[in-house]
Design a protein around this ligand. Sequence first.
Ligand SMILES: *Cc1c(COP(=O)(O)O)cnc(C)c1O
Length: 394
Amino acid sequence: MVSPFVAPVPERSPSLERQAIIDLSAIANNIRHLREIAAPAQFMAVVKADAYGHGMIPVARTAVAAGAQWLGAVHVSEGLALRAAGIEVPVLSWLHTLDTDFTAAVANELDLGCSGWELEYIVAAARELQRPARIHLKIDTGLGRNGCSRENWPALVTAAMEYQDQGLLRVVGVFSHLAVADEPQRPETDEQLDRFREAVNIAEEAGAQLEVRHIANTPATLSRPDSHFDMVRVGLGIYGLSPFADQSSAALGLTPAMTLETQIAQCKDVPAGQGVSYGLNFIASQATTLGLIPLGYADGVPRIATGGPVRVNGITYPVVGRIAMDQMVIDLGPEGRAGFENGSALGAPAVLFGNGADGGPLVEEWAGAAGTVNYEIVTRISPRVPRRYVGGAQ
Ligand SMILES: *Cc1c(COP(=O)(O)O)cnc(C)c1O
């Protein structure tokens, strides 16, 4: 009999120990599909937060190749990273602090969102560089986060137009962000669109010649054609995920682009009564075989998501016991060794989520287990998980 303590030596790359496989052709196809829905509006691919965890530079290049005319990067530092990678399409950054490097932003031709206080800082940068900044004035139409209040809007427009007359900037856009577009039956979106049109009118009456008026995110792009205006700003959808609780990616014609995969790190028989992981919150009710999954909250899997699905050998098993920093456990069952070569699950591929094509688990199931949304699950996959790109020019 082969000693149970000697593992076969596989010919595997260490990078396959755990990986987020990013399907760039899925992202390209999602963008083409969404562009058709948005046309004739222009398309901004939102690549903030390392492209929702998918990798900003490869996704940005894929997006441009698939016809995205604009890129959205929330921070100036993210926009500068796009420029440093040689990406030349228009980029908008819109969330600033007193420490934002507006000079670098203007020097690198980033378009800047401006909600109010930033105006003087942007103008100072333009003066210093002796070149006009391109700004998009942001109106808060109801979300209550950044954006200029309706009360202060006329004053902001007036101040910006004075600087435009002095050659220090160009007001090229007016934009806003929606609060409840993922719940299309709610009335607040209509109200926000009304306020947006009103704000655009005020800017245009003050002489602004706007290249782009934009308010639509992914859910509005899909459900509210009247929100498209000159451009849509799409994040979640390009990654193939649905913003709606009651509609799947497939129903929307989208393909999830990230597959989170690892391999079983140990396959162990335990007696009835065996407790599993910190707190011993799971106790085996019968003799069984446990599979050890070498991913944990340090890899971005939420600690709270016990019960989340792991697909091994065509079967989906729920995580049992607490998810720890580096590892978690699935219960393969008393007959759990049967389906594996040599009677051991050691080294078997284990998929936490993917594109669902093979009936495998989806990001949304992990979101459900963690009490959160699909946005958060993909975005929080940590740098400890190498990204591997397939299906496209990078
Ligand atoms: C993140 C973000 C988007 C993209 O939202 P999705 O729902 O992912 O499409 C659009 N606009 C702004 C201002 C954002 O911050």
